[in-house]
Write a protein that binds this ligand. Structure first.
Ligand code: UT7
Length: 329
């Protein structure tokens, strides 16, 4: 048997029905549609509502549709990885809850927490299992219910985030397509600028932590912005160089959707045309691990077999990186 590649053979996104627009936010905090649009590019986000609803419900909705559109029966799925920072519970992991909700019984699963880079880290992890020949059908989910950890009185964060997810199926291929290479980095000192203080072992939940609003996302936006532009553009360059490619060889760049100005800056630094940069931030905001698979899903019909695509992300940790892939269908 020759070398195996991990091809993406299907993709499916999911966002919940309820929508939170910039106009709605104008009534909740001191902000304006003009500020949000010009500073971030976001117009609306989707919010998961309803008692008992959680990240796994979005993941299950995406995985169920993904299996049906790829004619995959639940019994065939051997592995499921879920990238999320908003697991249903602190433990167990959400991957196995999703599997249970969609009837996947022959798989093992676990979560990966790498914030906005989670989907990329999970995709490459899953690809290794497929490339080794040990697993034939692996599902990777990127899902976040950010509304569960956002303070809707904090205008610096509540305007950015939304709920959503996407899932991809990875299968072995003997053609050189699929996930080809990844350059990943992390820097734990970045935790100062983007984190959720309480509820972990450092600061267990108490009356005090709840009173002080410490169970919500904290972000110092400017240093994150700068590090995101530098981190995404440098890892794109690195993955191109080590594969003897230039930006001219790339059909699409799919960046993490955190801020339109970050996306524009990355494209500008690479001198890459914006027509080939995938953007849907205006519809969903930043769905953390959900943004990249939601982009793949929204633009699936525009990709052609053989297209060279770069996925790039930056997030809490700090974590960041870029993945080179060839579209397989
Ligand atoms: O996905 C994970 C990684 N996260 C990111 O990549 C996010 C990176 N950061 C960003 O996207 C941007 O830094 C933000 C969108 C979070 C903020 O934009 P900014 O241009 O960096 O604004 P800023 O924080 O420098 O604030 C500028 C001004 C401040 O007022 P003063 O101090 O100049 O008077 C803020 O108080 O804008 C004010 N401001 C707002 N005004 C209206 C902050 N949030 C708002 C708001 N509406 N929602």
């Amino acid at each position: 048997m020759g070398k195996l590649f991990a091809a993406i053979t299907g993709v499916q996104g999911y966002v919940p029905e309820d929508v939170l627009t910039n106009q709605d936010l104008e009534k909740m905090v001191d902000t304006s549609d003009e500020w949000i649009t010009s500073r971030t590019g976001i117009k609306k986000r989707h919010i998961l509502k309803g008692e008992g609803k959680a990240t796994s419900d979005m993941g299950a909705a995406a995985v169920e549709k993904l299996m049906s559109k790829t004619n995959t029966s639940p019994d065939e799925v051997e592995m499921i990885i879920c990238a999320t920072v908003t697991a249903d519970m602190k433990f167990p992991d959400t991957a196995n809850t999703i599997a249970d909700k969609v009837g996947i019984k022959n798989a093992f699963g676990y979560d990966i927490n790498a914030a906005c880079s989670g989907f990329l880290y999970a995709l490459t992890t899953a690809a290794k299992f497929v490339e080794s020949g040990s697993h034939k059908k692996v599902i990777v989910v990127g899902a976040d219910m950010m509304s569960s950890i956002i303070d809707y009185t904090d205008r610096t964060t509540c305007i950015i985030f939304g709920d959503g997810c996407g899932a991809v199926l990875l299968e072995p291929s003997e053609e050189p397509c699929g996930v080809l290479d990844s350059v990943f980095k992390s820097d734990g000192s970045g935790r100062e600028f983007l984190h959720l203080k309480a509820g972990g072992s450092l600061m267990p939940t108490s009356e005090e932590t709840v009173k002080k609003n410490l169970h919500y996302v904290y972000q110092d936006g400017r240093p994150v912005f700068k590090a995101a532009v530098a981190g995404m553009s440098s890892t794109i360059k690195e993955v191109l160089e080590r594969n003897d490619l230039t930006t001219d060889d790339i059909d699409w760049i799919i960046p993490h959707q955190a801020n339109m100005r970050i996306i524009n800056s990355v494209a500008h630094m690479l001198d890459f045309p914006m027509e080939k940069v995938i953007v849907n931030i205006e519809k969903y905001g930043n769905t953390t691990a959900g943004t990249l698979p939601l982009c793949l899903s929204d633009f699936e019909n525009q990709f052609k077999k053989g297209d060279k695509i770069i996925l790039t992300a930056f997030g809490g940790g700090f974590t960041w990186g870029s993945t080179l892939l060839t579209w397989a269908y």
